[in-house]
Design a protein around this ligand. Structure first.
Ligand code: NAP
Length: 249
């Protein structure tokens, strides 16, 4: 078991990649805080699955775009678990209309909405977690391949994820050697966002992936386990691409 005895907080772990990461961490021996904002029944399902594995788990709600809610979330974590060994900054705003907005229709409000969650929220979570993280702790952030290759859609999202990659490198150098900070740079993973694409767009996207399939949340979870565990003890400040070979650089 690669995370035996660790306490992990996975933000946005009621659904999609976050739920897969939370369950994989529990299979590797971690107790897991399942954080959610709106998906309470889904968060409860993940908690039940983790408890079935014999690990401790609790579902805690917070809108991480609101600093007071994030602070209260980590105060609860401190009270219930005493520390955080691993933080996965997985929560991200999911809004198809922002994703699909042509350049001419991008608004300042869209920038603020996305950055408030993906960038400011992720930083607030890291700041809170680091304050109670012992030596050997790990932070895993989540970015996206347009950060490396550009794209025709998702302007605001991609810029937010670019900030997340930079934040990874800044935190890594600031916190080394006590805490390692790395970032998963994800391609197209089969989660809820695929519903934003019509059939033609989904087909075109699939044909651009050399591996011939979308990524699965389980693929993301495998990488998250590696980056959270001591197996990656000499890796920090890195963005690791997980995209079926779509982006080569
Ligand atoms: N799937 C992909 O292809 C892909 C590619 C690149 C990057 N990513 C990134 O991977 C991460 C997970 O995405 P996913 O595809 O698994 O989508 P998802 O299932 O929609 O997960 C997003 C999570 O973020 C949470 N969230 C959203 N706004 C929040 C807020 N204000 N406060 C707290 N939590 C909030 C949601 O919680 P509630 O549902 O409880 O509101 C949800 O659990 C995101 O950061 C996403 O940008 C995904």
């Amino acid at each position: 078991m690669r995370l035996k005895g660790k306490v992990a907080v996975v933000t946005g772990s009621s659904t999609g990649n976050g739920a897969a990461i939370a369950e994989a961490f529990a299979r590797e021996g971690a107790d897991v805080v399942v954080h959610y904002r709106s998906s309470a029944p889904e968060a409860d399902r993940v908690v039940r699955a983790i408890r079935k594995l014999g690990r401790e788990s609790v579902a805690l709600r917070a809108d991480i775009s609101v600093p007071e809610e994030t602070n209260a979330l980590f105060a609860r974590v401190k009270k219930e678990f005493g520390r955080v060994d691993v933080l996965v900054n997985n929560a991200g705003l999911a809004d198809g209309s922002i994703w699909n907005a042509p350049i001419g229709e991008v608004t300042r409000e869209m920038w603020l909405r996305v950055f408030s969650v993906d960038v400011f929220g992720a930083f607030d979570c890291a700041q809170n977690a680091v304050a109670m993280m012992p030596k050997g702790g790990a932070i895993v952030n989540v970015s996206s391949t347009p950060v490396l290759a550009g794209d025709t859609q998702g302007m605001v999202y991609a810029c937010g994820k670019g900030a997340v990659l930079t934040m990874t490198k800044m935190l890594a150098k600031s916190l080394v050697p006590r805490v390692r900070v790395n970032c998963m740079i994800l391609g197209s993973i089969r989660t809820g966002w695929l519903r934003w694409l019509d059939e033609a767009a989904a087909g075109a996207l699939l044909s651009s992936i050399p591996m011939g399939r979308f990524g699965e949340p389980a693929d993301v979870a495998n990488l998250a386990v590696f980056l959270a565990s001591d197996e990656s003890s000499y890796v920090t400040g890195q963005g690791i691409v997980l995209d079926g070979g779509e982006v080569t650089h």
